[in-house]
Design a protein around this ligand. Sequence first.
Ligand code: GLV
Ligand code: MN
Ligand code: MN
Length: 415
Amino acid sequence: MTPRTNQRIDGKRLWDSLMDMARFGATPKGGVKRLTLTDIDRQGRDFFRTNCEAAGLAVRIDGMGNMFARRPGRDPARLPVLFGSHLDSQPTGGKFDGALGVIAGLEVMRSLNDLGITTEAPVELINWTDEEGSRFGHSLMGSGVWAGVYTQEKMQALADPDGVTVGEALVEIGYAGPEVAAPFPADAYFELHIEQGPILEAEGKQIGIVTGGQAQVWYGAVVTGRDSHAGTTPPARRRDALVAAARIIDLVDRMMRARGEDGRGTVGRLTVLPNSCNVIPGEVRFSVEFRHPDEAEIGRLAAQFPREAGFIARDCEVTLELTELFRIPAQPFDPECVELVRQATRKLGLSAREIVSGAGHDAVYVARHVPTAMIFTPCKDGLSHNEAESILPEEAEAGCQVLFEAVLARANRAL
Ligand code: GLV
Ligand code: MN
Ligand code: MN
């Protein structure tokens, strides 16, 4: 790590805390399964909260379970500088997706304490609820409600595959806060995250200066055919929902590939009913998502996909119910906040490049209300949403030091 500052975060403490957090939901393959609002998530949240309080931070929880840990500034009239990420994970997630930003935020707070720094503005560390969307099928949930994109009521009514709603799960783990999640005035938001893709590693860059997030659209699809006997139903009588779904999945892949290197199209979840070897499937439910840096391209995909999927359903003599769950426009980040990240990398002598985020992040919704920027660090083989996700301690330290510098510069800026 670069010695170009005498205000250093503690890289070893950061790494140790990341490994401590990774114990909650640790999987045999070295990853993490910390699904949102489960008891494992509760344990991770409790650990985070205890450590925030031990660092002298005042923790509050909103109605979506978003956690806010505040450190006062010298001037209480100034708006807070926010930073954070998420502690929930995918079912086969890694140790760093989300956790890096939250635990690095904790290290920023601890370092401010150790260095005896009182910032001009208050600073506030956030753990957003359910960034991943893997349990209730809706990503960026806590930040989305906070930003006013979705109502708390609507999100709390979403149920997981066992029928447990978000609202019930929040109460069950003791993280249903009293105040409705809503944006409050803030001066800036910074989020440190692993890149989750291959670009920084391939170019040997230590830091990604994130200029914005790409557009996306998500659907829920239900194909309904007819259950019938596998051995007796001849081809003309089959209404096979899975065959139709398979052709629609192939359509998603073809539409993605038609858009070249920038195209993204995924079916990641699929339920087959009745899921019996000798019954022609009568119903298939699945997710569809497309992403692209160019918002106009998402508009074209959203016009084309329902129409072409409908043709496939008609040819297969099944019905298709397609619900657009959400559409997120491309979100540019705030030039002044991005500049603070750029300046921090220069000051520290770190190699860096500008980058558009391929993954979705809470920062994309926060940016609708608060000037926002993100910082990326490389990850091994560009791999994420995988238990093998891995970063080096010095990469985490460099990212955290950039976060520290950007937060400090913003919180102490002349108004
Ligand atoms: C979040 O991890 C996403 O990009 O879907
Ligand atoms: Mn993430
Ligand atoms: Mn993720």
